[in-house]
Design a protein around this ligand. Sequence first.
Ligand code: NAI
Length: 326
Amino acid sequence: MLKVGFFSSQPYERPFFSDEHHPQLSIVHFEQRLSARTVTLCQGLDAVCVFVNDELDRTVLERLAVVGVRLVALRCAGFNNVDLDAARRLNIQVCRVPSYSPDAVAEHCVALMLTLSRKIHKAYNRVREDNFDLNGLLGFNLAGKTVGIVGFGQIGRSLAGILSGFGCRLLVTDPAPLPNQADIEQVEFDELLTHSDIISLHCPLTPDTHHLIDESAFSRMKDGVMLINTSRGALVDTRACIEALKRRKLGYLGLDVYEQEAGMFFEDRSDDIPLDDVFARLISFPNVVVTGHQGFFTQEALSEIASTTLENLAAFAEGAPPKHGL
Ligand code: NAI
């Protein structure tokens, strides 16, 4: 029997992650995020199942190894929160869900783009107060606009498919070889920054991509550009974003992720005093829309995440390597 600690557990996940049909698994749910502070909860566990904001740094992994945890099963695609070198050294296996529904995230991107371009967030509030004035709601067409897609993996490709239907011109940058596709133009990052009306980020967070969008990147963009980030918060330097918004260089900002989201997102903080001044400033702009890391959050994606994660755990419980190891 593999005893699994399920960290950052949310009520909406529990029906999907039941060990009922997996007799070799015993899943214990913890609401807490896994971190150096909560790692003491792992006593007696064989594996931990974690999400995007759990902290699997060297210290935490060393303590996991001491209590006998042999597997870290990520129930997400990104793995920037795990020190893979330390895990290898400590003989802890790491697996993830490499693909679950790229369409879920790509569609959320388009939702952010259209919310911003047609000012739906403002219109929604106005109509609730019987205010049907159109002043200030003037939008723009997506058709004919140039969209720069940074990272042409699964989500980037799904987004390209949707935007191609909208009649957008698509510029793409990715260090990996790209398919020969008629509806995309492969360009250097600089050219993408200079020519795009909308820029959408779909590359992973690595030391190389940390603050990929900083003050210098903003200076090369068109005035009034729209930036969408549904990938990882630290791809964007938030303070530089605020300055670019103040200068009107950045005309629209749609975020599903935020640099300092750990400990804030996925929780109801509506009764707390806001302590993150940068975040408070960011959401004060009328041309900024932020969602709390919900790009993945569709029924289809959640059931895919659960079935792959349970498959990974069950394989490990039976002595086989997890299918989607890192
Ligand atoms: P993927 O691995 O299929 O594609 C990532 C692509 O980025 C690859 O083609 C890679 O070559 C490229 N890349 C790497 N470095 C780059 C750079 N410096 N510039 C341009 N391209 C670069 O990953 P996928 O599934 O498309 O996911 C992308 C990211 O989306 C993930 O890393 C994750 O952080 C994020 N994500 C966010 C979710 C959400 O709920 N908001 C849900 C799922 C993923």
